[in-house]
Design a protein around this ligand. Structure first.
Ligand SMILES: NC(=O)c1ccc[n+]([C@@H]2O[C@H](COP(=O)([O-])OP(=O)(O)OC[C@H]3O[C@@H](n4cnc5c(N)ncnc54)[C@H](O)[C@@H]3O)[C@@H](O)[C@H]2O)c1
Length: 312
């Protein structure tokens, strides 16, 4: 069997990690000597973070290494790349279900990427999907209340919280409140992400928990399962099978975000090290810093620069 290290996928993961590292510059220092928990670490986005931290550790001296906890319940399987982390001294890999497990290690950063995201699989596992986004984030936030070690929590929401915007709201602004069915086939995903966001905002209001929300659109890159059932892998699958690309609409309202891997990486690294003390949730909804893949790209970048000057 071909070793993972010999594959393009592996090389791309390493190359993307280098791009992230380069684009972060001084911000890489935020993580020196820190402990980080990634939930959903075996997934497409979680593993991107894990590879970045692996790369970062390779650049650091012994005393500055980052300690990483990778949690996943492997409901979507155990991908090859997880084997990369098993022998690494600063990585701890544990089979944990974020719905049931709230025995958290002592960490400063938590990235909550555990949730089924594929329409095929969230229809198959609707309850698991719902509670990863509700109980899962609640467990994390409860752990963080009055825990002054916690510097930042990232909740992965989704662009699907906008539902099916009417044509006048396309392209969709992040202030748009959404048009979502609470009982339809996608509701387990869309609505649990919406409640997840509400939970985050209110833990911040009540307990000042340093939580942030990202709403990715359709990202793609190495590690995204070709049989995932999301639109981009479906397109690639059509191409690889020499079939026409299939669009389930007349194509006039395509709002598909065209994020490339590098762009995605820049986005996620920019949003992650923002100092949370600067977030203001009290005035209006628009004060909340939501990060979407395309819409707030520049806005986010400026924030980070400002904040990092104070925070580092
Ligand atoms: N990739 C995208 O374009 C995209 C777009 C919008 C939102 N998101 C969100 O980002 C996050 C990560 O997405 P992804 O693309 O990496 O998905 P993914 O399906 O590749 O990975 C999700 C991982 O979470 C794990 N998981 C699911 N439920 C769990 C639980 N209860 N406890 C522990 N682990 C659990 C799965 O086993 C899987 O490894 C999700 O919250 C998703 O909704 C992603």
């Amino acid at each position: 069997m071909e070793s993972l290290k010999a594959t393009n996928q592996y090389n791309e993961l390493v190359e993307d990690s280098r791009l992230i590292y380069d684009s972060l510059g001084n911000l890489n220092k935020c993580f020196l000597g820190k402990k980080i928990l990634i939930t959903g670490a075996a997934g497409f986005l979680g593993s991107q973070f894990a590879f970045y931290f692996k790369y970062l550790n390779e650049t650091l001296n012994k005393t500055d290494k980052v300690k990483i906890y990778l949690w996943d319940n492997y409901i979507r399987g155990f991908p090859d790349w997880m084997n990369e982390f098993i022998p690494l001294q600063h990585f701890t890999i544990e089979k944990k279900d974020i719905i049931k497990d709230s025995s958290f290690p002592e960490v400063e950063y938590i990235i909550h990427a555990a949730s089924i995201a594929s329409p095929i699989y969230y229809r198959k596992y609707p309850l698991e999907t719902i509670f990863s986004n509700i109980t899962g984030i609640k467990n994390i936030l409860d752990y963080s209340v009055d825990n002054n070690k916690i510097k930042s929590i990232l909740f992965f929401s989704t662009s699907e919280i906008y539902g099916d915007p009417d044509p006048s709201n396309i392209p969709t602004k992040e202030t748009y409140r959404g048009n979502v069915s609470c009982t339809g086939p996608r509701a387990c995903y869309d609505e649990s992400k919406r409640v997840g966001e509400t939970i985050c905002v209110n833990y911040h209001k009540v307990h000042k928990v340093p939580v942030k929300i990202a709403r990715p659109f359709n990202n793609y890159g190495p590690g995204l399962n070709i049989n995932d059932g999301r639109v981009i892998p479906d397109f690639f699958k059509n191409i690889l099978e020499n079939k026409d690309i299939q669009i389930y609409s007349d194509g006039t309202l395509q709002i598909l975000s065209s994020n490339l891997v590098a762009k995605f990486n820049v986005n996620f690294t920019e949003l992650f090290p923002v100092s949370l003390t600067t977030l203001e949730f009290d005035a209006t909804d628009t004060d909340i810093e939501y990060f979407t893949a395309d819409v707030t790209f520049k806005y986010t970048m400026y924030d980070i620069t400002d904040i990092s000057n104070n925070a580092l």
